[in-house]
Design a protein around this ligand. Structure first.
Ligand code: FAD
Length: 418
């Protein structure tokens, strides 16, 4: 619990800092550089790494002060949400020093190069290889489903660096520079017509040894940190531009957010749009039907409970202890999205399949129906979340496995390997 006088001290300090430095006409990157160097951009981060070592409650006091004057905050996205906490926990001082600051300023965007065509749920079975060549590693293989790879400067790359040890122990985590000849990004078109993720082909791509995050062969521990931060995180989006923000900084932040948001435009539909359900029940004349009313009430109650659970998950993540609440939150989000999509379809009937301006909600209902399945796959499928909850929360026996104790090169698989 935060002491009131501590909160008052932080408020005074941040207000004084803002009074001295916040200038709405400052170029965005310059402003965010000040945020990084002062620690006010990420106040919950350690003081030696662009933060002020504040508790989540006190960090919230700081962001309220920012909101009051309409000051723009640090950048958001996969770099801030996933790469930064992983680097803070596992990165060397050199990696932290070089890679964190441009995440805070928004100069470097990141993507997550984990999944492969043959390794999604079985992530530790990945076959992309990295071989040491002097001060660099040479990487070849294929990644898939890589959200935002087309905009990223760096990829959180998992690559196999040792095939003679069991699968979880031969993986290394790298910060891969994306803009180089060995990295080819090809967009994938989804059934909702969007193309927010990509295939990434790595052909002798190069990554400096100094960009290793964690130990050689210790990438699995770092990957678990990234994944834990991904769960309970329905969307990794650019932070909202402050309401009513005026001036050059706010304009540049708004333009950046709008450009970045293109990748995530369909994400509200992916969540099933439960917010539209009550008004749709009235608009379609179904609100008085007992079965529809019952389902609407069930959905909204579930959503409220899930929101509280998500707060719990956020609080533990902010304390650097992302826990199993994240898996529960993710499962709830899938369930709510599916229930909302079913209700939208039930209320509209066959019209729910129509897209275009004359269709229900201008095509939003149709987009909901084809987007909702993504939520129960991305960031670990529902079945995998059930396994995590079963094993880590309920203490049930571990899922049987035949390939965790043998050297990776002896694991039987249908994935072609050289
Ligand atoms: C919108 C979206 C964005 C994504 N963005 C990224 C990204 O940026 N970076 C990235 O690396 N990946 C990304 N992914 C990939 C995502 O992490 C994988 O799709 C997911 O982990 C599942 O892997 P898979 O598709 O290979 O399915 P598979 O693992 O092949 O699963 C197929 C089916 O088998 C079930 N199954 C598999 N194993 C088990 C088991 N042990 N027990 C019970 N059931 C099981 C699964 O639940 C699923 O129903 C994204 C996916 C989506 C949908």
């Amino acid at each position: 619990m935060t002491d009131r006088s501590e909160a008052a001290d932080v408020r005074r300090e941040v207000e004084a800092w803002l009074a001295q430095w916040w200038d709405p006409e400052r170029p965005l990157v310059e402003w965010r550089g000040l945020l990084a160097d002062s620690g006010w951009g990420c106040p919950a981060w350690p003081t030696e790494w662009y933060g002020r070592g504040l508790s989540p409650d006190l960090a919230a006091v700081a962001s309220e002060a920012f909101a009051r004057v309409g000051a723009v905050g640090s950048a958001a996205g996969a770099g801030m949400a996933l790469a930064a906490p992983t680097i803070l926990e596992h990165g060397s001082a050199d990696v932290r020093g070089r890679l964190l600051r441009p995440i805070v300023t928004g100069e470097d965007r990141w993507c997550q190069l984990f999944s492969e065509p043959g390794s999604g749920s079985d992530l530790a079975g990945l076959t992309t290889r990295a071989t040491r060549d002097g001060d660099e590693w040479v990487v070849s293989g294929q990644k898939v489903w890589t959200t935002g790879a087309h905009q990223a400067a760096y990829g959180m790359l998992l690559a196999r660096t040792n095939r003679d040890v069991p699968k979880h122990r031969g993986i290394t985590y790298f910060a891969l520079p994306m803009r180089q000849p060995g990295v080819e990004v090809r967009p994938l078109r989804q059934m909702n017509g969007r193309a927010s993720f990509n295939e990434v082909f790595l052909t002798e791509a190069r990554v400096p040894h100094a960009n290793m995050v964690g130990e050689e062969g210790g990438g699995w521990a770092a990957a678990l940190t990234t994944l834990a931060h991904e769960r309970g995180l329905p969307t990794a989006r650019m932070a909202a531009v402050p309401a009513g923000g005026q001036g050059r900084t706010a304009r540049e932040a708004a333009a950046e957010a709008a450009e970045y948001a293109k990748t995530y435009e369909w994400y509200p539909q992916r969540a099933g749009r439960p917010d539209l359900v009550p008004s749709q029940a009235r608009a379609t004349g179904r609100a008085a039907e007992p079965v529809v009313r019952q389902e609407v009430a069930r959905l909204l109650s579930l959503e409220k409970a899930a929101r509280w659970n998500l707060e719990r998950s956020r609080a533990s993540r902010a304390k650097g202890r992302p826990g199993p609440e994240g898996s529960v939150a993710k499962l709830c989000a899938s369930d709510i999205a599916r229930s909302a999509a079913c209700l939208h379809a039930e209320m509209e009937g066959a019209r729910a399949m129509l897209s275009g301006p004359e269709s229900p909600l201008g095509g939003i209902v149709a987009e909901i129906i084809v987007s909702v399945p993504a939520g129960s796959i991305a960031g670990g499928t529902d079945e995998i979340q059930h396994n995590i909850i079963g094993e880590r929360v309920l203490g049930l026996p571990k899922e049987p496995s035949v390939d965790t104790d043998v050297p990776f090169r002896d694991v039987r698989t249908n994935i072609p390997r050289s």
